[in-house]
Design a protein around this ligand. Structure first.
Ligand code: NAD
Length: 541
């Protein structure tokens, strides 16, 4: 039992290192990259204290060099998933009753391990597994992940501190119990930080977890597991399985002890998960929490008053950093006719200057897309645009899969504001531009609002305050993260809580108190000091 009201260290954002030539961090990350590139790792399932090697393995490769094997991982069978459930529930007996300060200490230690001794390693693993440039790896694996852990610890204490009123005769208390069962965390390939945050945020609040990482992120997920172990996450609190996602999911959702899903990934997968939970609802001991952050079709809208250089920089960074594989990446752009000649000229100069290749060459701004499925999908949309009369590829459009899954940064110009690449999430380095007539600004706001099923991020560029106000109101439901004169990517924990609405997710804002509240079930305790001993009220005479 606690014997004090403890304060946690004030959460601060981890500073982003530059990796400029001559800096020690540059040497360290390149050395870590080289070492990991020239070794192979064999990644088991982690169930309780066991590392299980099923022998049914798949290779781990790098998207920018798909024939280069950096390791293997073992696929789970149904029995392993069932074992993960049983192990998690056994671990729950202790973990759910562990003092909050112990849970806080574990995850604060994990944050320090990432920011310090593991920084080069987790960044290098993210460069290899997900083909991130060092800057993209640093803002994700090192900084965002550290921030998630530090800020969530602080938010946890805010939740515990929030208490109801009492008077001298009655003391009211609220405790925030972990969910009664286990949480299923399903994570995407694109952020090492999200992969770690989905299981750890639930675990921090006292829950036990079965975590299924994306097959395309296992190489960097392995480093997360090593860090959590070293930080002291007890065996069985976070169990890790890989394998056929449908089998894993169906097995977990069949358990009466299933208590919640923490998902980030594509919209159609999330909708399927929701339907499966609904179909099983009569089997569960508790109503499960369903938290999912999903797809986006994120916009940049320039007003005629916008600064052209700022707009173009927003497009290039927003659409092409990490090859457009951020849920927040700009993929549909609206430019007024009056600005288009200048925008086109600068955009052409900028896009043509982008250097593409391996992330190990730090002069590259751009690398490969994640896997063959993504490559093929992008190629099909590019080829279709070459055929369509209402679309024209004005920049890029090339691709090459001989060594890695490389698709050039591509700009499509369309005359049809509902053209398919204005509506559909492609999740790659393809941005589509529609030119509107300057006097149709208000109609364009309606168009932006109504074009896509998603509502994740969006940005407007304008020097005119009235136009900014009008857009902020007109687009209030079109994005969960709305940017004024900035690119729509790069949300920072504690600064811009992140999540979208409509088909983009449940908007529980990762890296905020709102998210952590989904992983607890409050119990109110009323303790009466002067206890009535006669049922008759005074009014009865
Ligand atoms: P994905 O949906 O293909 O995979 C996500 C996870 O779901 C993986 O672990 C995968 O193995 C699993 N999965 C796949 N099919 C499944 C099934 N039928 N049943 C159960 N699980 C299944 O997504 P991805 O390609 O890894 O990531 C890209 C997607 O994630 C994009 O749509 C992007 O917009 C979205 N995303 C959203 C956010 C956000 O905060 N809104 C953040 C990152 C990524």
């Amino acid at each position: 039992m606690s014997k004090g009201f403890f304060n946690v260290p004030k959460a601060v954002n981890e500073p982003v290192k530059s990796y400029a030539p001559g800096t020690p961090e540059r040497e360290q990350v390149l050395a870590a990259y080289k070492k990991m590139w020239n070794e192979t790792v064999d990644v088991p399932l982690y169930i309780g204290k066991e590392e299980i090697r099923t022998g049914n393995t798949r290779n781990l490769t790098a998207p920018h060099d798909h024939q280069h094997v950096v390791g293997t991982y073992h696929l789970a069978e149904k029995e392993h998933v069932e074992k993960a459930i049983a192990t998690a529930l056994e671990a729950r007996k202790k973990w759910a009753n562990t003092a909050w300060e112990s849970r806080a200490a574990i995850f604060l230690k994990a944050a320090e391990l990432i920011a310090g001794p593991y920084r080069a390693k987790i960044n290098a693993a993210t460069m290899i597994a997900q083909s991130k440039t060092i800057h993209q790896a640093e803002i994700d694996a090192a900084c965002e992940l550290t921030d998630f852990l530090r800020f969530n610890v602080e938010y946890m204490t805010q939740i515990y501190n929030e208490q109801p009123i009492s008077d001298s005769s009655v003391w009211n208390r609220v405790e925030h119990r972990p969910l009664e069962g286990f949480v299923y965390a399903i994570t995407p390939f694109n952020f090492t930080a999200i992969a770690a945050n989905l299981p750890s945020s639930a675990a921090m609040m006292g829950n036990v977890v079965v975590w299924k990482p994306s097959d395309s992120q296992i190489f960097s997920a392995k480093i997360i597991i090593d860090i959590f172990k070293e930080a002291g996450v007890p065996d069985g609190v976070i169990n890790v399985v890989y394998g056929d996602p449908v089998m894993v999911t169906d097995t977990l959702l069949a358990s009466p002890d299933f208590a919640g899903i923490h998902f980030t990934g594509s919209t159609h997968v999330f909708k399927d998960l929701w339907a499966k939970v609904g179909a099983n609802i009569h089997n569960y001991k508790t109503y499960p929490r369903i938290v999912g952050e999903t797809g986006g079709k994120d916009f940049i809208l320039a007003h005629p008053s916008a600064n052209v250089k700022q707009v173009v920089t927003g497009i290039v960074r927003g659409a092409f950093e990490f090859q457009g594989q951020k849920c927040s990446a700009a993929s549909r752009v609206y430019i007024p006719q009056s600005l288009w000649p200048a925008v086109k000229e600068q955009l052409t100069n900028d896009v043509q200057s982008i250097k593409m290749g391996s992330p190990e060459d730090l002069s590259n701004f751009f690398t490969a897309v994640i896997h063959e499925g993504s490559f093929n999908k992008l190629v099909s949309y590019i080829e279709q645009a070459k055929q369509d009369s209402d679309a024209e590829i004005i920049l890029g459009g090339g691709y090459d899969k001989s060594k890695g899954w490389f698709v050039e940064p591509t700009v499509i110009l369309t005359t049809n504001p509902k053209y398919k690449t204005m509506e559909t999430e492609l999740f790659g380095p393809v941005v589509t531009i529609y030119i509107y007539e300057d006097e149709k600004w208000t109609e364009t706001l309606e168009l932006v609002d109504a074009t896509s099923e998603y509502a994740l991020t969006g940005a407007i560029f304008s020097q005119d305050r009235y136009a900014i106000e009008e857009a902020t109101t007109a687009l209030q439901n079109a994005a969960g993260n709305f940017y004024i004169n900035d690119k729509p990517t790069g949300a920072v924990v504690g600064n811009q809580p992140f999540g979208g609405a409509r088909a983009s997710g449940t908007n529980d804002k990762a890296g905020s108190i709102l998210n952590l509240l989904r992983w607890v079930s409050p119990r109110t305790i009323k303790e009466t000091f002067i206890v009535p001993e006669d049922y008759r009220y005074p009014f009865l005479g």
